[in-house]
Design a protein around this ligand. Structure first.
Ligand code: FAD
Length: 463
C-alpha cells in the first residue's frame, strides 16, 4: 500500500462531470487527481449521449432514399449492416476518449485507473486495476460517480433478462421486436432508433402522455411522428407481469380498465436512473431526492467533499454534470460560485428533434402567470421547406406584462442547436420584443424563434 502526496482535489469518476472538474482545477493551477474505474467519458460517452446519437443518425439514414426522391435524386432502398453501425459508434467513442485523455495529459491531471472510495473527509482509497492499493490525501474531494439504470420491481422482469440502455448499446444485432418500458427521453430515443430499422417496437408509458413533464404540444407531436415510424404506443399502461417461454416474452399490461398482452423478443427498461449511494451512507453524507445532498456551491454535508452530476439526483443530463463540475472545481480553488438550475435546456434527438427551456404552458398555467403563447410552424419557413423537412414548430411562452420569455419549446430538425439562442436570450433577460428586433439570417430555421416571439405578442408576420 502506498500513500501519495497531498492534492488540492481528488475527483472520483471520469464522466462529463468529473473529467471537466479535473481539467478546470488544473487550469486554475490546482494539483488534481482523477480516479476512474472504467473508461474516461462516463455513461455519456460510453453508453449514453454519444452512442445513442450515432445510432439515431443511422436510423435517419435508412429514410434517405424516400426523402431524396422528392428532390429527383434516387437511391435504392438501404441494406442494413447493424454491426457496422455499432463499429462506427465504437470508433467515435474511442476518438472522443483519446481527446479527453489528451486534454487531461496536457493540463497535467494525474489519472488513475481504479476504484475510488472515500474513507474520510480528506482521504480516498484507490484500488487500482492491477490490485494495488493507494491512499490519496486531498484538501477537497469531488464525487462524480454518476448513476445506473433503475430496474422496476415487476414480477417476472428479472427472469426475462431485460436490457437497460447499456446492454442495448452493446448489441451488434437488431432485435426482431422490442417492448420499451418508459417513454421518457431515453425510451423515446430508443424507439426512434429501432423503428426505422424495421424492428417492431411497443413503447409503454404509465402516465397518460409520453414524455411526462414536457410541453403537451411537443409530446403529442412526437407521439404522432413515432407512430408514423410504426411504433405502437401504449400510454396509461402499467406492466403488471412478464413471462418468458421459448425466447418469447409476454408482457401483461393493465390499460385503464382492461388487460392487454403483448409478445416480444426483447425488453428494454428505460424507467429512469438511480444514484449509487450505498457506500456513501457509511461516511455520513446526507441524501436528498435519491441523490447526495448538495448546497448551491455543490458542497455535501461534509464541507471538504463536493458532489456533481447524476449522483446529486438533480437532473440526469451531461451538460448539467459539466456545469456543476465547473462550479465545484472553482469552489475547490477558493472561488464562490453557485449552481443555477433554472435555465437548463432539455433535448431529445429523435427525428424530428425536440428542445426546450424554461416553463411549459402547463407550468405557466399552474403558477397562475399572465402569459400568452406564440407558435410558428416550420411548414411556413423557407429553409425548412428547401431542406425538405418542414415538420414541427417553435412555441414561445411569454409573460404578458414585461414581455419576458418564460419558456421556449421547439420540435423540428436541428431543434437541439436552435434552442441555444433561446437559452442565451432568457439568460440575458431579453424580451420577446428584443428577439423580434434581432436580425436573423434568411432563409434559416432560426427565423422560427423570431416569428414565434412576434406571434406571442400577437404580431406574427408569417403566421
Ligand atoms: P457518469 O457519466 O455516469 O460518469 C460516472 C463515472 O464514474 C463512470 O465513468 C464510472 O465508471 C465512474 N465511477 C463510478 N464509481 C466509481 C468509483 N468508485 N471509482 C472510480 N470511478 C467510478 N445526457 C445529455 O445531456 N444528453 C443526452 O443526449 C443524453 N443521452 C443519454 C442516453 C442514455 C441512454 C443515457 C443512459 C443517458 C443519457 N444522458 C444524456 C445522461 C448523461 O449520460 C448523464 O447525465 C451523464 O453521463 C452524467 O455524468 P456524470 O459525470 O454525473 O456521471
Amino acid at each position: 500500500e502506498t500513500a501519495s502526496p497531498g492534492y488540492d482535489a481528488a475527483v472520483i469518476g471520469g464522466g462529463p462531470g468529473g473529467y471537466l472538474a479535473a481539467l478546470r482545477i488544473a487550469q486554475l493551477g490546482g494539483k488534481v487527481v482523477l480516479i476512474e474505474r472504467n473508461e474516461l467519458g462516463g455513461v455519456c460517452l460510453n453508453a449514453g449521449c454519444i452512442p445513442t446519437k450515432t445510432l439515431l443518425k443511422g436510423a435517419e439514414l435508412t429514410k434517405i432514399h424516400t426523402f431524396s426522391s422528392e428532390f429527383g435524386v434516387y437511391y435504392p432502398p438501404p441494406t442494413i449492416d447493424f454491426a457496422k453501425l455499432m463499429k462506427k459508434k465504437e470508433t467515435l467513442i474511442q476518438q472522443l476518449q483519446k481527446g479527453i485523455s489528451h486534454l487531461l495529459k496536457k493540463d497535467k491531471v494525474t489519472v488513475i485507473n481504479g476504484v475510488g472510495e472515500i474513507v474520510s473527509p480528506n482521504k480516498v482509497k484507490v484500488t487500482k486495476s492491477n490490485g494495488e492499493i493507494e491512499t490519496i490525501t486531498s484538501k477537497n474531494i469531488i464525487l462524480a460517480t454518476g448513476s445506473e439504470a433503475h430496474i422496476p420491481n415487476i414480477p417476472g422482469l428479472k427472469n426475462a433478462k431485460p436490457w437497460a440502455s447499456k446492454e442495448a448499446l452493446s448489441m451488434t444485432e437488431l432485435p426482431e421486436s422490442i417492448a420499451i418500458i418508459g417513454a421518457g427521453a431515453i425510451g423515446c430515443e430508443f424507439a426512434g432508433i429501432y423503428a426505422p430499422f424495421g424492428v417492431k417496437v411497443v413503447l409503454i408509458e404509465s402516465e397518460n402522455e409520453i414524455l411526462p413533464g414536457a410541453d403537451l404540444d411537443v409530446a403529442q407531436f412526437l407521439k404522432k411522428s413515432l407512430k408514423k415510424d410504426g411504433v405502437e404506443i401504449l400510454t396509461s399502461s402499467q406492466v403488471k407481469e412478464i413471462k418468458e417461454e421459448n425466447g418469447e416474452k409476454t408482457l401483461y399490461i393493465e390499460h385503464k380498465d382492461h388487460y392487454k398482452e403483448i409478445v416480444v423478443k426483447e425488453i428494454l427498461v428505460a424507467t429512469g436512473r438511480k444514484a449509487r449511494l450505498e457506500k456513501l451512507k457509511a461516511i455520513g453524507l446526507e441524501e436528498e431526492n435519491g441523490g447526495v445532498m448538495v448546497d448551491e456551491s455543490l458542497r455535501t454535508s461534509i464541507p471538504s467533499i463536493f458532489a456533481i452530476g447524476d449522483i446529486t439526483g438533480k437532473e440526469n443530463l451531461a451538460h448539467v454534470a459539466s456545469a456543476q463540475g465547473m462550479v465545484a472545481a472553482e469552489n475547490c480553488m477558493g472561488y464562490q460560485k453557485r449552481m443555477n438550475y433554472e435555465l437548463i435546456p432539455r433535448c431529445i434527438y429523435t427525428s424530428p428533434e425536440i428542445a426546450s427551456v424554461g416553463l411549459t404552458e402547463k407550468e405557466a398555467n399552474t403558477k397562475n402567470l399572465d402569459y400568452q403563447i406564440g407558435k410558428y410552424y416550420f411548414n411556413g419557413n423557407g429553409r425548412a421547406l428547401t431542406n425538405g423537412k418542414a415538420e414541427g414548430f417553435v412555441k414561445v411562452v411569454r409573460d404578458k406584462k414585461y414581455n419576458q420569455i418564460l419558456g421556449i419549446h421547439i420540435v423540428g430538425t436541428n431543434a437541439s442547436e436552435l434552442i441555444s439562442e433561446g437559452v442565451l436570450a432568457i439568460n440575458l433577460e431579453a424580451t420577446t420584443e428584443e428577439i423580434a428586433a434581432t436580425i436573423h439570417p434568411h432563409p434559416t430555421l432560426s427565423e422560427g424563434l423570431l416569428e414565434a416571439a412576434l406571434a406571442s405578442m400577437g404580431k406574427g408576420i408569417h403566421v
